[in-house]
Design a binder for this molecule. Sequence first.
Ligand code: TPP
Length: 565
Amino acid sequence: MYSIAENVRLVIALLKEHGINQLVLSPGGTNAAFVRGVQDDPFFRCFSVVDERSALYFAIGIYLSTGKPVAVCCTSAQATRNYIPGLTEAFYKHVPILAITFSKHPQYTYQEYMQAPDQTSLPKDAVRATYSLPYVSDEHDRMLCERLINEAILNLTHRIPAPIQLNVPMLDTELTRDSAEPLPQVKVIKRYGKDEISGLEIGNRRVLVVVGENRGTDDTALVNFASRTNTAIYVNHLSNMQNDYTVNGNLLLTCLTQDEFDETFCPDILISIGGQTGDYPFYHKLAETGKQYEHWRVSETGDIADTYDHLTKVFECSASEFFSSVDVTGSENEYFRVWKDAVGKYVSVNDLPLSAAFVAQQMCQLIPENSYVNFSILNSLRTWNLFSFRNRVKCFCNVGAFGIDGCMSTFLGQSVMVDNLCYLFVGDLSFFYDMNSLGIRHIGNNVRIVLLNNNGGIEFKLGGAPEKYANIDRYIAAAGHFKGAQGWAETNGFEYHSVNSTDEFQQIKDILVRKSETPILVEVITSDVNESQAYCAIKNANSTPLSVMQKIAGRVKRGISSMRK
Ligand SMILES: Cc1ncc(C[n+]2csc(CCOP(=O)(O)OP(=O)(O)O)c2C)c(N)n1
């Protein structure tokens, strides 16, 4: 019998999956739910030590004899404090002890409730990290809990062994209630070093490599890997990668239904490299699929980032090391062709109204080779990812933290260090937020700013009903704040142009790609209705009927996936 508390059940299940079976248990009430579960489970070897100070030192002794991580467990209130001396010894001795502490539900901490002191305030040289589990009320709590327990256990032996705290909150009403239900199925995350890569089985499984924000990784090993496996490489502008196996699939994913994606495009293995993708369509399709697939993350820091809730393996190495070490047997690459065929069906939409999309459609054909292109976050990036550049350019966006506060400063900092033409496509709230940066005196003549002034944040209205726009404008999209950039741009030495129609933009666009004596700012005056119409027109024109997708699907022989989420 195991406790009905889901966080306790997950801890026990994952201790078993990670092979941690040596437990030192100290008596108490709040941790009794855990103790009842492990004491009768033959997987565990339990030791009872009453005094928590002694229990921790006892656990150190077990580790010294076995070389295997040890878990200790105590109740709430003063018990955790008494782990501190032993944890301090373990910290400086590099002993991997998982201190599983229990606490009351956080609602009760600092509320003069009985036995509810803060359990997560251990000294910094007692544990390397503290993981506070949530009380599990829904599926999101459950996924967080699962990931944190995996992460805590992996952190015990990451590079240099160390003690780790895992705190489990409990409701008093659940302390004594068990259930005959077996332990839950859990997702186990494992971390591998570069020496553990060869021997991995890829076979002919469908591999989707997704390249997040990237500034010039050598893709030789990746291309070689893709040429010998059933692999497609998903990129967007921030991937800054283009080779024989890349597909810019953002428009496709924007237009596909989830069923269409699941049926035809969902991989068996997703391998992520680079930073954030900033790609919402990609995220939604991969996170919301009903299909089972494994996510393997390749990261030099070995950090556990379970972006799509499917993470099973983390490889602590560079992308080149990973792709040159994986054993590949040679496989027909039908998966890449499925993506390529679908992406090849894109339709270009004529007669877009004046909008960010219209500007992107025009400029993607014109921006010269080797230019630097910056997008302000969200809408600008989303729009540009629907188009492909004719020439090779370098793309950037502040997708680290998605602030509208510093797009222009970042862009200008970059521009002063190069001679190449540098473009920023920026919305009005982002532009005016960071308008002081236009006064930076180092700005060069290579700067081209295209300000899409649609009177507020279209982000919050896109795809919504126009009759609701006025209500959104008041405080959410923040319309009506800024009156135009001409004065400020000219004050700061910019050549300024205002554009009010598609014809005017057509007439002026060439100045953006020519050399000039000053930096240039073009302000495109548009509207929320135009923006929304343009976006929907592109989406509608490229929404492929399911029947066509199913024909494509018929050509795909899917490998049988033995994996579970
Ligand atoms: C510093 C900061 N504050 C608030 C936000 C929330 N936010 C995200 S997008 C956005 C609107 C951006 O509007 P605009 O720059 O005009 O671009 P548009 O969406 O109209 O293209 C806001 C306020 C943020 N990302 N960063």
